[in-house]
Design a protein around this ligand. Structure first.
Ligand code: PAF
Length: 281
């Protein structure tokens, strides 16, 4: 079984020891309920670092008051078993009080980028993400940190935080891992009933359709969004939160598709919010 560390102090000591020995550290931050997407990050981290630390922490500050913090899937036993298979060196598994003790008062926020796309409908979400990731970086002090491209905006914001605050951590993002039928892997997929799971396929379907339209010469974002919306509306009960066609670095909306472009979407099926994206060139 992987070594589980629950206190910030012990994690810092362990990391310091690794660093003193000249060992490189790769960090995979997660909220647990691990799936193949997380495992792809672990495998990459194993390839490129002497030491791999996986953090498991369902971070309360990145959930809005009406979001799914309480019911977010947790299965530490299964996660640990899985991580042992990949021989990670340590699993950092702190309690909420350990990360946010009484009187805690510091936030890290990346302005502007955090208000777009998912940030528009989840105010404060990215402030919670950047705060916890900054804390994890300070505690583990990794050389490299690994994030999945399903949360495309998240990794853009984290890169900006690292750049602006000179954190000296290399951010490595890995491609989306999909189920055989194209659904992007997500811990939140566990919320879906069989019927909703089928409806959810329209998300990836609409992104693939958008890519096909771009490849066939359509350049108007309005037209692409209209085509995606029409396709998504075929799934009864699915509500579109947003469809964004934007620059993959600034996340500024593009009216005309030119150069590398991110097409990202968030939808609700019942109370379950799912995101997915594709980059077209
Ligand atoms: O992507 C996630 O699982 C979380 O947002 C992260 C990066 C672990 C921070 O809590």
């Amino acid at each position: 079984m992987a070594k589980v560390i629950k206190s910030v102090e012990s994690m810092m000591k362990l990391s310091d020891g690794f660093r003193k020995k000249g060992l490189s550290i790769g960090l995979v931050p997660t909220m647990g309920c691990l799936h193949k997407g997380h495992i792809s990050l672990v495998k990459e981290a194993k390839k490129r670092n002497d030491i791999v630390v996986v953090s498991i922490f369902v971070n309360p500050t990145q959930f809005g008051p009406r979001e799914d913090l309480k019911k977010y899937p947790r299965d530490m036993k299964r996660d640990l078993k899985l991580l042992s298979r990949y021989k990670v060196n340590a699993v950092f598994f702190p309690a909420a009080k350990e990360m946010y003790p009484n009187g805690y008062g510091a936030d890290v926020e990346v302005k502007r980028l955090s208000d777009k796309l998912c940030g528009a409908s989840r105010p404060g979400h990215f402030k919670g993400v950047t705060t916890i990731v900054a804390k994890l970086f300070n505690i583990v002090r990794p050389d490299n940190a690994y994030f999945g491209e399903k949360d495309f905006q998240q990794q853009v914001i984290i890169r900006k935080m690292v750049r602006d605050l000179n954190m000296g951590v290399k951010i490595i993002s890995m491609p989306i891992v999909r189920e055989k039928d194209g659904l992007a892997m997500s811990s939140r997929n566990t919320y879906l009933s069989n019927e909703d799971r089928i409806k959810a396929l329209v998300i990836n379907g609409s992104l693939k359709f958008a890519k096909m339209l771009v490849n066939s010469g359509v350049r108007s974002s309005v037209k692409i969004k209209a085509a995606m919306t029409k396709l998504m509306r075929t799934a009864k009960g699915l509500k579109i939160d947003y469809i964004s066609i934007c620059d993959p670095e600034t996340l500024d909306e593009k009216s005309v598709i030119k150069g590398k472009t991110l097409i990202a979407t968030a939808i609700y099926i019942g109370k379950t919010r799912l995101i997915d994206n594709i980059v077209v060139n």
